[in-house]
Design a protein around this ligand. Structure first.
Ligand SMILES: [Zn+2]
Ligand SMILES: [Zn+2]
Length: 226
């Protein structure tokens, strides 16, 4: 997989990023996974049944905490975030996960905002939720022909964001780029359960605060993602 992401690989190899196999607690379904990641608490199985009827999230969570201290939050991508936090975002553009066959437009509709958002000075935290990789997995499984180009596309997004962050002189040391997946995917293109493939997620931290000259980039590090 990492050979499809040469820029990200170079950050890891150069000790400019730290990556983990982040174990996602089941159910490995988007809505309960997002709730778990922002709150640090594992939801109930009722969340699976309610996944398509998402309601505003009221438990304590990091987004509301950031909002409380005055952060302006921008959200682009999977509209599940907007259903969970309908009044939180300073700016938002949601995309629907309903059209699983679409692997192109669904991500273009996020990336088309990148240039202006990276140039904007009015936000404190930017959340991008790209759905195309999930759709590629659902259509053709982990070995899909569409997987390599989609990973390259995501690698390029990471490169663009990292370049923007490092070009801001006075701010680059205080900015953290976090790349996570909310769940994994089975060989045949499903998720929801508790198999290794479904719970094996990514957590990647890129930024000055994680840089080190003494890292071992080829160690397989594991962490619990909640
Ligand atoms: Zn998901
Ligand atoms: Zn999915």
């Amino acid at each position: 997989m990492m050979e499809s992401m040469p820029y990200t690989q170079s950050l890891l190899a150069g000790c400019r990023a730290v990556g983990y196999h982040a174990k996602a607690a089941p159910p490995t379904v988007t809505m309960p996974r997002l709730k778990a990641m922002v709150s640090g608490a594992i939801g109930g199985f009722l969340d699976v049944a309610l996944n398509f009827n998402t309601q505003a999230f009221l438990d304590d969570n990091i987004l509301d905490q950031l909002h409380t201290i005055g952060y302006k939050l921008v959200m682009l991508g999977d509209e599940t975030w907007i259903k969970l936090f309908p009044t939180l975002f300073y700016r938002q553009d949601g995309v629907s996960s309903f059209y699983v066959k679409d692997t192109v437009e669904v991500d273009f509709n996020v990336s088309r905002h990148l240039e202006s958002e990276l140039a904007a000075k009015d936000w404190d935290a930017l959340i991008l939720h790209y759905l195309g990789l999930d759709h590629v997995g659902h259509i053709g499984g982990r070995q899909s022909n569409l997987m390599t180009p989609k990973l390259k596309e995501m690698d390029d997004v990471i490169r663009r964001i990292h370049a923007a962050v490092t070009s801001i002189q006075d701010n680059s040391h205080r900015t953290l780029l976090v790349v996570v997946s909310d769940h994994g995917m089975t060989e045949v293109g499903n998720h929801g359960g508790s198999s290794y493939e479904e719970t094996d997620s990514l957590a990647l931290f890129i930024g000055h605060s994680v840089e080190s000259s003494h890292c071992s980039p080829y160690d397989q590090k594991e962490a619990l993602q909640v």
